[in-house]
Design a protein around this ligand. Structure first.
Ligand SMILES: [Zn+2]
Length: 240
């Protein structure tokens, strides 16, 4: 098993996190275009309406009131996906979120590449947040997260998917860990805040490539993005 990237593989990102920080939540990319370049990933819904999970090529939006399949024509303001062909697989048991992150950090050869992460498992507890639909004119992300919904459940089985990204990509992407969860019943999920993993399977793939597609919606084309001071807002909003 290796955690070195294969030649030619890349993380495909649609829009970037500083654009969200600036309040650019207009859906700009069809879910079908996102799924055309990846089968696993994370993102958010139009107008920040829910947390996006792409799992085995199927897109879901996780909201406070449940999980819905995404239609191919649904528009997403932000997504980060890969064609996931893991090169590392290991069983994992009894890990808190901090212990899980420490484990992944001990496994990867460097913090300066991208890693896609998937954990299928049974959890003793899972806390997620779901962003809620924002009204125009959109507030910035720091304001929008004040209305986010947080839910915690006890025993749950499902899948966590997401990324560990290099710190220097903060603002374009999310530095360090960014994981979303959807349960097996496809009824509960969101942006992972905290969890206790009982047992599961961890799979990882590393990527040295990064491709970024910019939005072409008018709100993006007309936005002033020269003084977005994003780091603190991202830490609050995207880090768990
Ligand atoms: Zn997220």
């Amino acid at each position: 098993m290796s955690l070195l990237p294969r030649d030619g593989t890349a993380v495909h990102q649609f829009s970037f996190v500083d654009a969200l920080v600036a309040g650019l939540y207009d859906g700009a990319f069809a879910a079908s275009d996102v799924a055309a370049v990846g089968d696993l990933g994370v993102g958010c819904g139009d107008s920040l309406d829910g947390e996006f999970v792409l799992l085995d090529g199927v897109g879901y939006l996780c909201r406070a009131n449940g999980v819905q399949r995404v239609d191919p024509t649904d528009l997403l303001p932000f997504a980060e996906v890969v064609r996931f062909r893991p090169t590392f697989t290991a069983p994992v048991t009894a890990l808190s979120e901090k212990q899980f992150e420490a484990l992944v950090e001990s496994l990867v050869p460097t913090n300066n590449l991208f890693y896609a992460i998937r954990v299928d498992g049974d959890f003793d507890g899972m806390t997620v947040r779901e962003a809620t639909r924002q009204q125009r004119p959109f507030p910035g992300l720091a304001e929008a997260v004040k209305s986010q919904h947080e839910s915690a459940v006890g025993a749950t089985s499902g899948t966590m998917v997401g990324f560990k990204g290099p710190d220097v990509f903060q603002g374009l992407s999310v530095a360090d860990f960014h994981l979303h969860y959807v349960d097996e019943a496809r009824q509960f999920g969101g942006h992972v805040m905290d969890f206790a993993l009982r047992s599961g399977t961890l799979t990882i793939e590393a990527y040295a490539g990064f491709s970024l597609r910019l939005p072409q919606v008018s709100s993006y084309l007309e936005a002033e993005l020269d003084d977005v001071d994003a780091d603190e807002a991202i830490r609050q909003a995207e880090s768990s």
